[in-house]
Design a protein. Sequence first.
Length: 327
Amino acid sequence: MFRKSLVAVVAATTLALTACGGGSGSDSGGGGASDDTITMGFAQVGAESGWRTANTKSIQESAEEAGVDLKFSDAQQKQENQIKAIRSYIQQQVDVIAFSPVVESGWDTVLKEAKDAEIPVILTDRSVDSTDTSLYRTFLGSDFVEEGKKAGDWLVEDSASAEGPVNIVELQGTTGAAPAIDRKEGFEAAIAADPDLTIVESQTGDFTRSGGKQVMEAFLKNTPDIDVVYAHNDDMGLGAIEAIEAAGKVPGQDIKIITVDAVKDGMTALAEGKINYIVECNPLLGDQLMDLAAKVVAGEEVPARVVTEETTFTPEQAKEVLASREY
Ligand code: AHR
């Protein structure tokens, strides 16, 4: 193991982590399989969406391929579970900790504990709002503001010939999560170009299909003329489709739908014309994460920010790529 001399005794409590035995390791015991094996503690958000499932699979498979001893925990979308998991990894003296923060705020204390224990931290997928950037080594993931902008730009163009107001309802991701904050910001900035475009309702569906359906049902009851749904992920958009169909309306026609992610279920609905536009968010971060981990453990320099490359899809483009879509 590439361990350092300093051992931080951090959490007194024994943790009952929701372990998934990912990749080449399990959650019990400390240390790697041999002296040169990298041990990574990974604290995942949960299993809230198709995107998350693909992301977990990518990390577990890449760890196995790279020979990384992966200790994996599922926080079930609760920050306190992620903090417990990180403290457990510190106690186990892993070589590197990676995590996708459920929410942006409230990480400084535990990140400081990792730093004091000389364990490098890599942020994947989502960022934190800590002003002290020495608390983590790099952040690998999408530009969520840009994703929101792409969604808004498409709507501005699509609505150019429409006359009168366009009423938008927004299904936000988990409150306080970076993708929810940033996708809202980017979308609002883009639609400001057309004063006819207005967000008339905006609520969280927590990035889940059931959440999207429930919130959309309420929107349909409260708001008579909904023209567009902007959902911060495919799963909430798919939940909204169920609610729209149950209300006797045609998704994609009576109400246009824009989502983010481009997972297979979303792309299928796009190809069927039930969704009108999807902005891609790439969950396949495993290989890049393992590369970055090897570098930081070896003491090499890594870029402070690694942005994932992404595209967008119309229904026609979805039909072309659907069969070969990996996730
Ligand atoms: O952080 C990435 C987001 O989290 C994905 O867009 C969403 O599906 C997931 O839950």
